[in-house]
Design a protein around this ligand. Structure first.
Ligand code: GNR
Ligand code: NI
Length: 182
């Protein structure tokens, strides 16, 4: 297993669209395991392949307190959505920014599991929000895109300042952060 470096806003690679996985092979399974390790080390509840600079439609999620309920979704698609919920979001690729985003309250997603078998996930509230947040990553979208232009400009300026301040740091894998992002 390996811990992967997480790209940070405003890195343009976060804007690339991920390609569907053709075959769920050992390379895909290794990537999923590395993504889970990376997500747990960073104390996140989800991670999309885009965030670790891989253009494949793979995401991992674990919203459990005990951190022992991993989900791996390959080629996920939302096939049903209802209701609206507004909740505070954070993102490992946009450190230190938290704000409210409106999402569907309940969803059903189809995907391939680690054996390449078709599977379905019904989710509501935090799990539903997380699936939507991660699928957005696979489409090159970030939660800050839903914020006002003013807020986005402000945090982009801050992020650029930070990356100029520590270019050498930005090239190293991010250290585990202690605070959970929820
Ligand atoms: O750790 C994370 N917490 C979170 C909280 C509310 C809504 C979405 C998320 S996902 C985020 C991890 C991450 O950046 N995944 O892409
Ligand atoms: Ni994110």
């Amino acid at each position: 297993m390996a811990r992967l470096a997480i790209l940070e806003y405003p890195d343009k690679r976060l804007r690339l669209r991920a390609e569907p996985v053709g075959e769920v092979d050992s390379e895909v399974r290794t990537l999923a395991a590395d993504m889970l390790e990376t997500m747990y080390a960073a104390a996140g509840i989800g991670l999309a392949a885009t965030q670790v600079n891989v253009r494949k439609r793979i995401l991992v999620i674990d919203i459990s307190e005990a951190r022992n309920e991993p989900h791996v979704l390959i080629n996920p698609e939302i096939v049903f959505a209802e209701g609206t919920v507004s909740s505070e979001e954070g993102c490992l690729s946009v450190p230190d920014v938290f704000d409210y985003v409106e999402r569907a309250e309940r969803i059903r997603a189809t995907y391939l599991d680690l054996d390449g078998e078709p599977a379905e996930l019904e989710a509501e509230d935090l799990l539903a929000v997380c699936v939507q947040h991660e699928i957005d990553h696979l489409d090159g979208k970030l939660f800050v895109d839903y914020l006002s232009e003013l807020k986005r400009q402000r945090l982009k300026k801050k992020a650029l300042k930070k990356s100029r301040r520590s270019t050498s740091e930005a090239d190293r894998p991010r250290q585990a952060i202690s605070a959970r992002l929820i």
